[in-house]
Design a protein around this ligand. Structure first.
Ligand code: UD1
Ligand code: UDP
Length: 384
């Protein structure tokens, strides 16, 4: 008798495109692999393509090689979004998944969700419901539109449920499951610490600031970029500042002629974008994180590293609890004063603790999906 491997009963097409997507999808793919009857296929849109923004994460986080890379690359918002839609449509049509799963709020997220919906394929959105209430952010448009067309809304923090309910999302679509980015953080924290990246860079634990900045509002105009650079230069006079530079920011620094001010600044260490483990190793031991990243706010809050976020609003209000994260206005003196208050111990921050940021969000997501797609509850550690 010929023995045939069991056929998957439900196929999920997961889509990633940019750096913050990779650490979010990794634990979901891992949890789904453990459920008999579920098959996952990964598609990379190619929105991010540099080794340091993409390839490195697949190796470090042990993510399967994408079955398809759409090779979309950079472009204007309309170009990038349209190109992902155009290129992913035939992939979805040919593979006929039972579900398309998207994460986060980048252009690839919205484009893949839109293409799937138009083909009649249900969509699951992981990190649904987050709102900055700032429509100048391209991500806010991506969040609102992706949530509006998604069938399964997986939410990371309570504010997301409130926002979705206010927008009229049906109760049964909303699942408060916790934070997949924190799943990855907790899984890799020890391995990251073992790299001792601060020591390898000649830095003392809690003796440096880690900075990341890439949001258009901080880096796209000369005035905005000047403010954050002046602040970094001033802080670096008293404590080393490590600054792994996003390619968008590097390009703006060069285009706006601010390169020499940055390179000459004493105490400011410019690095290429870091791999995940090196970055987490540095974040865990920093005295302060100065950032405009969405994900870094959450990671810093859980690691207990005080975080200053150079933004007027955050879509992640949970991180503000107990002062784990603080928003700071676009003013160099304000940024420097806030940084000093933390660095001199005048202002203390509490490590964030939230029951659902426990390392098991992906299991809860897969448990819900298995129930919907296979009609049974998967073996998950905690019910969603
Ligand atoms: C994108 C996301 C943002 C996310 C960030 C994470 C959108 C609208 N923005 O912003 O939400 O926080 O990723 O890092 O989806 N570039 C390279 N190499 C690459 C990729 C980009 O050099 O591999 C440069 C190009 O000059 C490109 C620029 O960075 O034009 C911006 O890239 P893009 O993907 O459009 O937006 P990000 O600023 O990276
Ligand atoms: N990160 C990294 N190397 C870096 C900077 C950030 O690995 O040099 C990681 C960080 O730990 C977090 C994620 O990238 O997991 C955040 O992505 P990013 O800031 O690009 O996007 P955002 O979260 O703002 O959308």
């Amino acid at each position: 008798m010929v023995h045939r491997p069991p056929q998957p009963r439900a196929r999920i097409l997961a889509v990633v495109g940019a750096r913050p997507n990779f650490m979010k999808v990794a634990p979901i793919l891992q949890a789904a692999r453990r459920v008999r009857g579920l098959q996952t296929t990964l598609v990379h849109t190619g929105q991010h393509y540099d080794e340091s923004l993409s390839g490195a994460f697949f190796r470090e986080l042990r993510i399967v090689r994408p079955a398809v890379n759409l090779g979309v690359g950079s472009g204007s918002h309309a170009q990038q979004t349209a190109e992902v839609m155009r290129r992913i449509e035939p992939v979805i049509a040919a593979r006929k998944p039972h579900l398309v799963l998207v994460v986060g709020d980048v252009n690839s997220t919205l484009a893949a969700a839109l293409a799937a919906t138009k083909l009649g394929v249900p969509v699951a959105h992981v990190e649904a419901g987050l709102r900055s209430f700032d429509r100048r952010m391209p991500e806010e448009t991506n969040r609102i539109l992706t949530d509006a067309i998604s069938d399964h809304l997986f939410v990371s923090e309570p504010s997301g449920v409130t926002n979705l309910r206010r927008e009229g999302a049906p109760h049964e679509r909303i699942h408060l499951v916790g934070n997949v980015m924190i799943d990855t953080l907790l899984r890799f924290r020890k391995r990251a610490a073992a790299l001792a990246t601060p020591r390898r860079l000649g830095l003392e634990n809690r003796g440096y600031v880690l900075a990341t900045l890439h949001r258009p509002e901080n880096v796209d105009t000369r005035e905005a970029l000047r403010i954050v650079i002046d602040a970094l230069v001033a802080i670096a006079r008293t404590v080393p500042v490590v600054f792994p530079i996003h390619p968008r920011t590097r390009a703006r620094i060069d285009a706006l002629g601010l390169g020499s001010a940055v390179r000459r600044a004493m105490g400011l260490r410019l690095l290429a974008p870091l791999g995940y483990l090196d970055f987490v190793s540095l974040l865990d031991a920093a005295a302060l994180a100065l950032t405009d990243s969405g994900g870094v706010q959450e990671e810093a809050a859980i690691l207990g590293t005080p975080c200053l976020t150079r933004r007027d609003s955050t879509e992640r209000p949970l991180t503000l609890q107990g002062g784990a994260n603080r928003l700071v206005a676009a003013s160099a003196p304000a940024i420097v004063a806030e940084a000093r208050a933390i660095l001199t111990g005048k202002r203390r921050a509490k490590t964030l603790s939230y029951a659902l940021w426990d390392g098991h969000a992906a299991e809860r997501i897969v448990s819900v999906l298995a129930a919907k797609l296979l009609g049974h509850r998967a073996a998950a550690r905690k019910g969603a």
